[in-house]
Design a protein around this ligand. Sequence first.
Ligand code: FES
Length: 101
Amino acid sequence: MPFVRVGSVSDLPPESVREVAIGENLYAICHAGGKITALSGVCLHRGGPLGQGQVRDGYVICPWHAWGFHCETGENDYDSSKKVTTYPVKVEGGDILLQLP
Ligand code: FES
């Protein structure tokens, strides 16, 4: 599966998240605990934009009703059986590369 450049590490400060749209799909690119990870950008609750949320204690917090999803595993903070999809990410030369499904 191809890796696609989705931004620069320099544009994603520590403990932040940003939204990336590729085609019709939204992704949340997280920088949490020194790691860059990627999740589906669509909240499992009511479809809120996770990539427009905040990072807190390793979780991305949905801006609509504050559900949290772990930046590495995608697990919900209250119910780990609820998980958003995660995607492989690598960093090369300061670029963030997301592996598309
Ligand atoms: S839509 Fe994300 S918490 Fe409700």
